[in-house]
Write a protein that binds this ligand. Structure first.
Ligand code: GLA
Length: 392
């Protein structure tokens, strides 16, 4: 990848005295879905798949960007003092949003940049290719400009770019896990306080498998925003009688006592998913610590079913993949991961049975949906960073 970036850089932008290289991973969430924007817990890990960037400074306040993943789009160019969202800029709006946030935060990026991106995260598969390009850009700006902004602040700044510039009202999970990922560790994050801890995930004889439904996610952003407002409406109803700031302040038991306050049945179901999912996530972390993998697997299944029945974000394809995995004897656990509406499942599978898992679940999936799934064995890698010579 580095060689391809270097070659594309020279071709698009010519020779530069100093070229620096950066990387930001994608992420997969083990459990804790749609809890982040409800003040709950999530349990994601950063992947070894990700987005690379090669960047050099310019002196005229202009930014030029090129992506190996969208070569047909050519070079995108803008002025640092006139950054505006443009439909026609496609993928480039994500890094533009990050530049915009640095400037909004009062950090003085005087010079411009030439940047070439290239990544190996499948786009639109729910593995956070967008947060990945945001964070690789944030780290590039931060390092080149010596701002010294912390990883947590870079995550928050990138989330704001997605919320305010792109218009997707996402929570903090993706940007946080990508900024703070750690090799062979999952991250338990309290999305209310941003307190977090790393939890080792290196189970002998087990593999983490991502299966992509290859279903194009339609209207995912608007449905995502709709789920958020349904949660908000449930919270507003509950607050008429109980003093809470987020749905995830409630235990499942407390929720059951107060659920009748939520007027709309759909909103009640959404809130029930959120509260029970938050409890499952905290339990899952302890099961992983105690090496109780079967129990962890059962929670993953319960999570998927709750996302199917109460949150209604799975759909035919994700259900077909998860159900095929549950039937397979070498599966420890399997569930949809990310926002849903298409995208991927994550499964924990006995390593020696990996090939036949892929063959059998892939065949059942294809029979049910007519689509061929793609499978990736996920490596858990480090967070967004400048690449050292040894890493290149
Ligand atoms: C998307 C969002 C995250 C989170 C998940 C669902 O990935 O970007 O903030 O809400 O969906 O858990």
């Amino acid at each position: 990848m580095i060689d391809r970036l270097r070659a594309a850089f020279h071709q698009q932008f010519g020779d530069k005295e100093e070229l620096r290289y950066f990387f930001a991973p994608g992420r997969v969430n083990l459990i804790g879905e749609h809890t982040d924007y409800n003040g709950g817990h999530v349990f994601p890990c950063a992947l070894t798949l990700g987005t690379y960037a090669a960047g050099a400074k310019r002196s005229d306040g202009r930014v030029r960007m090129y992506s190996l993943n969208f070569e047909e789009d050519g070079v995108k160019e803008f002025d640092l003092f006139e950054i505006a969202y443009a439909e026609s800029d496609g993928w480039a709006n994500y890094p533009k949003g990050v530049f915009n946030q640095f400037i909004e935060a009062g950090m003085d990026i005087k010079e411009g940049f030439d940047i070439v991106y290239g990544g190996n995260i499948p786009n639109g598969a729910g593995l956070s290719s967008s947060a990945s390009i945001e964070l690789v850009t944030a780290v590039l700006i931060n390092e080149w400009s010596s701002f010294g902004t912390s990883s947590v602040d870079l995550a928050l700044l990138s989330q704001r770019a997605e919320n305010d510039f792109i218009g997707v009202n996402c929570g903090i999970m993706d940007q946080f896990s990508i900024a703070l990922g750690k090799e062979d560790h999952a991250i338990l994050l309290n999305c209310d306080t941003l307190a977090f801890e790393y939890s080792p995930f290196r189970q002998e004889g087990l593999a983490l498998v991502i299966a992509n439904t290859n279903k194009k996610r339609a209207l995912a952003d608007s449905k995502y925003n709709e789920r958020r407002s349904e949660c908000q409406s449930a919270l507003n109803d509950l607050r008429k009688e109980i003093d809470i700031a987020h749905l995830c302040e409630l235990t499942a038991e407390e929720f059951a006592q107060h659920a009748h306050l939520i007027q709309d049945e759909t909103c009640r179901k959404r809130a029930r998913h959120v509260v029970t999912e938050n409890e499952r996530t905290m339990k899952a972390v302890n099961f992983l610590k105690d090496d109780k993998m079967e129990e962890l697997g059962a929670l993953m299944k319960a999570s998927h079913l709750s996302l199917k029945n109460d949150y209604e974000v799975t759909g035919l394809e994700l259900d077909a993949l998860a159900e095929a995995a549950w039937l397979y004897p070498g599966t420890i656990g399997s569930r949809m991961t990310g926002a849903g509406f298409g995208g991927c499942t994550i499964s924990i599978v006995k390593e020696e049975l990996l090939d036949s898992f892929i063959e059998e679940t892939g065949a059942i999936y294809q029979e049910k949906t007519g689509i061929q799934a793609s499978f990736y064995t996920a490596g858990i890698g480090g967070g967004a960073r400048e690449l050292t010579k040894e890493e290149m």
